[in-house]
Write a protein that binds this ligand. Structure first.
Ligand SMILES: Cc1cc2nc3c(=O)[nH]c(=O)nc-3n(C[C@H](O)[C@H](O)[C@H](O)COP(=O)(O)OP(=O)(O)OC[C@H]3O[C@@H](n4cnc5c(N)ncnc54)[C@H](O)[C@@H]3O)c2cc1C
Ligand code: SF4
Length: 324
């Protein structure tokens, strides 16, 4: 499959990148390209201008200080999980980064690109030839949805592996754009709108992810349930973190809704309790209610809900280093 034609820029700094994005309304940021270029080959995303940010210095690196850890948006996923102290101090992050796609996606794919990847749907992420057998759907520019009988809502699902891990780590992201720089909780980056899943101004570049000190050196884990061990998006992914000594837990899921979601009801149920097998079994039913999966994959929403319950149990045991 060939790429469509596009104009190409390689800015040297953020200001130059932002200026190009401002001038070119259809411009898109290119990082590793493992998501965007595939979508362009499928003709589901057709930007006329690509702004490759890989030449910009200072966007690629992992630093720690008194406040916690800062990871540049261009840092490859492989670098994250191969940094030994990340595996020791932030196990959920290392486990999530190492579960993405295959080796090539991990070495080319960046942290920022992983967080900002497009939502997915079995009727959208297909070649133009495959899609030509049906009317064009709303997300691809038409006025029909093949999943839900509504014309103006897209239920495509967020399937990134790293976001749930960063959600339980209470990460924030820094965005640089024409209006200056702002820092927001990662949770606020996602809109829950399948057609425009990110709360980003079109001139904004995600430059950095910050993880607070309180999320370091506490038990955490990520479990991905997928069809194959490699080159597969999650059917469901679940991250778990046990915070401090107060029996407080954070739980997040991916691939179950239009954005990555926190399991707030399960967290409330488990708060103050020991992670006994009985409590974890009881929490499974609540986990299933944390999201509203749609028929955007070949897996039934009811199956995904059951998996959510099972994965909370497994992720908790993995975080506490207990046998399953
Ligand atoms: C076969 C296959 C399997 C895959 N499996 C998985 C999987 O299991 N789990 C998973 O999570 N992903 C998977 N992916 C998706 C993708 O490979 C990864 O998410 C990867 O981390 C994307 O990073 P990238 O740097 O290549 O992003 P790119 O493709 O360069 O960009 C992705 C999107 O993010 C935007 N973007 C990139 N960087 C920034 C930034 N700094 N600021 C603002 N916007 C930005 C781009 O404009 C684009 O819309 C898979 C892809 C393929 C093709
Ligand atoms: S949920 Fe509907 S509108 Fe969205 S990608 Fe799927 S078919 Fe298209």
């Amino acid at each position: 499959m060939k790429l469509p034609n596009f104009e190409y820029f390689e800015p040297n700094d953020i200001q130059e990148a932002v200026a190009i994005l401002q001038k070119q309304p259809s411009a898109r940021i290119l990082a590793g390209g493992t998501d965007l270029l595939v979508n362009m080959k499928h003709r589901v995303e057709l930007p006329e201008v690509l702004v490759n940010i890989k030449r910009i210095a200072g966007l690629d690196g992992i630093e720690s200080d008194d406040h916690g850890i800062r990871i540049g948006a261009l840092t490859p996923l492989k670098r994250i999980y191969s940094t030994p102290w990340i595996g020791e101090r932030l196990p959920a992050l290392a486990q999530a980064a190492s579960s993405v796609g295959a080796y090539h996606h991990q070495s080319m794919g960046s942290l920022g690109g992983n967080l900002c990847q497009q939502n997915r749907c079995k009727f959208f992420n297909q070649s133009r030839w495959w899609r030509s057998s049906r009317p064009t759907c709303y997300k691809a520019g038409g006025d029909i949805c093949h999943v839900v009988n509504q014309k103006e809502i897209c239920y495509s699902g967020y399937c990134g592996d790293v976001a749930p891990a960063l959600l339980v780590l209470n990460a924030t992201v820094t965005l640089a754009g024409a209006g200056g720089t702002r820092q927001i909780p990662l949770e606020d980056l996602f809109t829950g709108d399948g057609k425009a899943p990110l709360q980003l101004d079109r001139t904004e570049v995600l430059t950095e992810v910050a993880i607070p000190r309180e999320s370091l050196d506490v038990p955490s884990s990520y479990i991905k349930f997928a069809n194959r061990e490699s080159i597969d998006f999650p059917i469901v992914g679940c991250a778990f973190l046990a915070a401090g000594t107060g029996k407080e837990y954070r739980i997040a899921f991916t691939a179950v809704d239009r954005k990555p979601v926190r399991g707030k009801k399960v967290e409330a149920f488990l708060k103050g309790k020991d992670l006994t097998e009985d409590h974890l079994k009881e929490s499974s039913g609540l986990a299933a209610k944390a999201a509203s999966p749609a028929r955007t994959t070949v897996y039934a929403p009811s199956y995904k809900r059951k998996l959510m319950g099972a994965l909370v149990h497994k992720a908790a045991n993995k975080a506490m280093r207990r046998p399953d």
